[in-house]
Design a protein around this ligand. Structure first.
Ligand SMILES: Cc1ncc(COP(=O)(O)O)c(C=O)c1O
Length: 289
């Protein structure tokens, strides 16, 4: 998962609500609920060796979110997976990340009265070169960036505060913000989950804090015991982070990156690197034909 080099062509073929078109020519209906209200959901899926990694996990998360929003799932799961496979094949890609988006639909009248079909868009997520390790993170208060927290979390299109926090910390040279809630507890990053190693324990915030149940988070929690790690999801105080042996962030888009911040005396990240390798091996094993 982590050594792969995802590729996004500059003008890929995308799926825009029933039509295969070049991205530059793709359009969204003016009355799309996602455009008007952020009323929709998205998923980012990993493609390795031309095959989607755990597509059903992503669709399960999306289905739950759509149910919460009372949006009708646009297609049977297998057809949706076939469309994503087709997108990868049409672009001739082996290593990439797919961006799946579902909105309530093209509105006419009050959004609450809308009974029509959902809109479906499938494209490719941007790729960035891997920064030097450890990457810098910066802690920010959720009071300043009122991100939505609910349990179970939904991967909604309303990412305004996540994006603003990323831009703000980027100005300080940080790759990713780490949110601290009103109780002083670490929750997650703007677009990644966060983890710590303390002795032989893997620590990460619990989903009850309203954080996203990351597909990569699941993978890491599954692999931890095989590396002799215990898993603890007890609350993590911002002040406790400085005393952790290792820290890393994880998502579909980046895999696993070791992280550091101002005032953190970091280690060689031996366990983080071992988890990176284990995650990479597991992805390859699962996508093998
Ligand atoms: C807020 C947030 N947390 C965590 C993640 C990581 O989730 P995943 O591992 O499924 O990519 C994401 C991914 O976009 C995210 O947006």
């Amino acid at each position: 998962m982590t050594q792969r080099k995802p590729v996004t062509p500059s003008n890929p073929v995308v799926y825009a609500n029933g039509r295969w078109v070049k991205q530059a020519e793709a359009t969204v209906p003016f009355m799309d609920s996602g455009f008007w209200y952020g009323d929709g959901l998205f998923e980012t899926l990993l493609v390795s060796r031309g095959r989607l990694f755990r597509p059903h996990k992503h669709l399960e998360r999306m289905l739950e979110g759509l149910h919460t929003l009372d949006i009708r799932f646009p297609l049977p799961e297998e057809e949706l997976i076939a469309l994503m496979d087709e997108l990868v094949a049409r672009n001739g890609l082996q290593e990439t990340t797919v961006r799946l988006m579902v909105t309530r639909g093209t509105l006419a009248g009050a959004p609450s009265d809308y009974k029509g079909a959902a809109n479906l868009y499938i494209g490719l997520r941007y790729t960035q070169p891997q920064p030097e390790f450890p990457v810098r993170v910066a802690f920010v208060n959720e009071a300043d960036y009122p991100v939505a927290r609910r349990h179970p979390a939904i991967k909604s299109m309303t990412y305004l505060w996540n994006m603003l926090a990323i831009r703000d910390v980027a100005r300080q040279g940080a790759f990713e913000p780490v949110f601290v809630n009103r109780d002083g507890l670490i929750t997650e990053c703007a677009v990644r989950n966060i983890f710590f190693i303390q002795g032989n324990t893997l620590r990460t915030p619990d989903l009850t804090l309203g954080i996203l149940p990351g597909v990569t988070r699941d993978l890491i929690l599954e692999l931890a015991p095989s590396l002799g790690l215990e898993v603890d999801t007890a609350p993590i105080d911002r002040a406790a982070a400085d005393a952790m042996d290792e820290a890393f962030i994880a998502s579909t888009g980046i895999g696993i990156y070791p992280v550091a911040w101002d005032g953190y005396r970091h280690s060689d990240y031996a366990t983080t690197h071992a988890l990176r390798e284990a995650a990479e091996a597991q992805v390859l094993a699962e996508v093998a034909p």
